[in-house]
Design a binder for this molecule. Structure first.
Ligand SMILES: NC(=O)c1c(N)nc(OC2CCCC2)nc1O[C@@H]1CCC[C@@H]1O
Length: 334
């Protein structure tokens, strides 16, 4: 729509107030939920319109306007798109031991030999794909919708954990989770409070918001880390047979892999692992939102296959949402 040139200051003030509130709402969605409801282009258009009105009526500019905050507005991240040759799947969820047991019983049905599982912490971050050619990192991309993600190659070089060069000249695609350590999250939000900027709702959103930046120097200022847990077509590309071996191999290559996994067979083993890791959760320097149980034998992954969105050979046991400190704990028992 062509904007009508406003001449009446009262009308201009009302329009500026309306645009200001709209932009603040969109910025909040982007920062706090990492789930913007508008395309970047729409945000830019409204932002520019507010700037035009502020230029035409400088006496009406609101000092709290999003245009007046240093870096307050979103950097428009129209990152280039990357198509994933092998879709980056999500994970099916279960929320109780009963459901998890049912899943394990069902999965076992497809095999005569007793299945062995690899239990892993479910890192609360965002999934990433890293393409190495002859050992050199050539591309990094986010999962996106599973088929198309965003190219974050220029930002990933500021994630210290991720090597630019593997210890062997391998050409592989490695996948894992980018996360923001708990401490980095707290200090980032403290500095944003000080600067009057919107804070991030949780470390996962902070990691997503920090990685998916058009300006790599913003990513550079944010402390991001990573744990890798998959190599596409590992049996052929690495001659690896199990998930637990894969995690060891990733470390040997110089990639960050989480070593608190456990090779388990029975539901009792799984339950013991879940209980022990739940107790250990608060002492971790990073957020976890559950436990991932995977069939350890990689050749069975092909046999079990995937649905459109999730693998049939893995499941996520999700922790109950963290209770805010319950009142009881806050009461000084006399
Ligand atoms: N967040 C994690 O710690 C994690 C993990 N330890 N292992 C996997 O295995 C993948 C392999 C194929 C599908 C799931 N996925 C994880 O996170 C997923 C990635 C995308 C959605 C979940 O966050």
């Amino acid at each position: 729509m062509t904007e009508v040139a406003l001449t009446d200051p009262t009308e201009a003030a009302q329009q500026m107030e309306k645009l200001q509130l709209q932009l603040q709402q969109w910025a909040k969605e982007y920062y706090e939920n990492d789930s913007p409801t508008v395309e970047d282009a729409e945000y830019d258009k409204v932002y520019k319109r507010l700037q035009e009105l502020e230029a035409a009526f400088p006496e009406l500019v609101n000092p709290d306007s999003i245009t007046q905050q240093v870096g307050g507005h979103k950097t428009k991240s129209e990152l280039p798109k990357v198509e994933h040759d092998v879709p980056m799947l999500s994970l099916g969820d279960v929320f109780s031991m009963d459901e998890l047991t049912n899943w394990m019983v069902n999965t076992q049905k497809s095999f005569t030999e007793e299945l062995i599982y690899n239990a892993e912490l479910k890192i609360d971050g965002l999934a990433i794909s890293l393409v190495y050619q002859e050992g050199l990192l050539v591309q990094a991309s986010t999962r996106g919708d599973g088929n198309v993600g965003e190219d974050v190659t220029s930002n990933i070089k500021y994630v210290d954990d991720i090597p630019k060069k593997l210890s062997e000249p391998l050409s592989i695609e490695v996948r894992g989770e980018i996360y923001m350590p708990k401490e980095a999250f707290v200090s980032l939000n403290e500095s944003r409070e000080r600067d009057g900027l919107p804070t991030f709702a949780n470390p996962r959103n902070a990691a997503a918001g920090s990685l998916r930046q058009l300006d790599p120097l913003i990513t550079k200022k944010r402390k991001l880390s990573a744990f890798m847990y998959q190599v596409v077509d590992a049996p052929r590309s690495l001659n690896i047979k199990t998930q637990s071996e894969l995690l060891i191999r990733l470390s040997q290559l110089g990639l960050p892999a989480n070593n608190t996994n456990a090779v388990v067979t029975s539901t009792t083993d799984v339950e013991n692992y879940i209980v022990s890791q739940t107790n250990h959760r608060d002492s971790l320097s990073y957020g976890i939102d559950g436990i991932v149980i995977k069939v350890n034998n990689l050749s069975f992954h092909e046999e079990l296959g995937n649905t459109v969105k999730v693998p049939k050979w893995a499941i996520a046991y999700k922790f109950p949402p963290e209770e805010a400190e319950t009142i009881i704990q806050g009461i000084e028992w006399t």
